[in-house]
Ligand binder design. Structure first.
Ligand SMILES: N[C@@H](CCC(=O)N[C@@H](CS)C(=O)NCC(=O)O)C(=O)O
Length: 237
């Protein structure tokens, strides 16, 4: 029995796992769990992931949830994975771990808080709250500033300062891509002072071509749908 990846491509950690597998010639079956239809809340899916979240994997009889743990497991289990994703060198590896640990409590948390409370909150089944959105945005900007000043120093193309991405680059950039669903003006206001972040996102996109765009297609579709809904809501002249 081969590797099964339970995912919804509208979820950033799901996209990171799928792109990683495709980049490293890991054979897998993608099992779509539609979170908007509540397919992750079923008793059947709880047998795969008792946390009822995506992504999750099943490899033979082994089950695992949490995207960072999944990425590390895949690195250790598939010899086709190139070293740059999670270097063997203990210090480089520890740096990747440090960024991934920071990610969950900071960047990821800020994106969730911001999106769930913004104008698109109801799309994700949340109620928007302008004050909470503002708080999330502040944390988001401070997370972005930390990434720039700590890991994208000088002309670093990726977080470890290497010429190729690590699993931390992939995980963080997939998360930042979730912001694509907000209004373009708002998106511009987030990134306008942060060309370094834009360049880094572009570097990750290029380094994982063509899988990055293919796996993000569903997000671009969601963006287009929300855009058309916004335009319809505008009063006619
Ligand atoms: N820390 C987890 C986050 C998993 C997560 O929150 N997944 C979301 C989609 S991005 C989910 O399944 N949400 C459904 C829910 O919480 O009801 C990881 O990195 O795998």
């Amino acid at each position: 029995m081969g590797l099964k990846v339970y995912a919804d491509r509208r979820s950033s950690p799901s996209r990171a796992i799928i792109i990683f597998c495709k980049m490293n010639q890991i054979n897998f079956e993608e099992v779509r769990i539609d979170i908007y239809k509540g397919q992750h809340r079923t008793a059947e899916f709880a047998k795969i992931n008792p946390m009822n979240k995506v992504p999750a994997i099943v490899d033979g009889t082994f089950k695992l949830f949490e995207s960072h743990a999944i990425l590390r497991y895949l690195v250790g289990s598939f010899p086709s994975v190139s070293d740059h994703w999670y270097p063997n060198d203990p210090k480089s590896r520890a740096k990747v771990d440090s960024i991934l640990d920071w990610h969950h409590a900071n960047l990821h948390h800020s994106i969730l808080t911001y999106l769930f409370n913004s104008e698109v909150g109801p799309v994700f089944g949340a109620l928007s709250n302008a004050q909470a959105a503002e708080k999330g945005k502040k944390l988001l900007i401070s997370s972005i500033l930390k990434i720039e000043s700590l890991w994208l120093k000088g002309d670093s193309r990726f977080l470890l300062g290497n010429s190729q991405p690590s699993i931390a680059d992939l995980s963080l950039v997939c998360d930042l891509m979730q912001l694509e669903v907000v209004d373009n003006k708002e998106l511009e206001s987030i990134f306008e002072q942060h060309q370094k972040i834009r360049d880094w996102m572009e570097n990750v996109k290029r380094a994982t071509h063509p899988h990055f765009v293919e796996v993000h297609r569903v997000l671009y579709k969601l963006k287009a749908f929300l855009e058309s809904r916004r335009n319809k809501a505008l009063p006619k002249l």
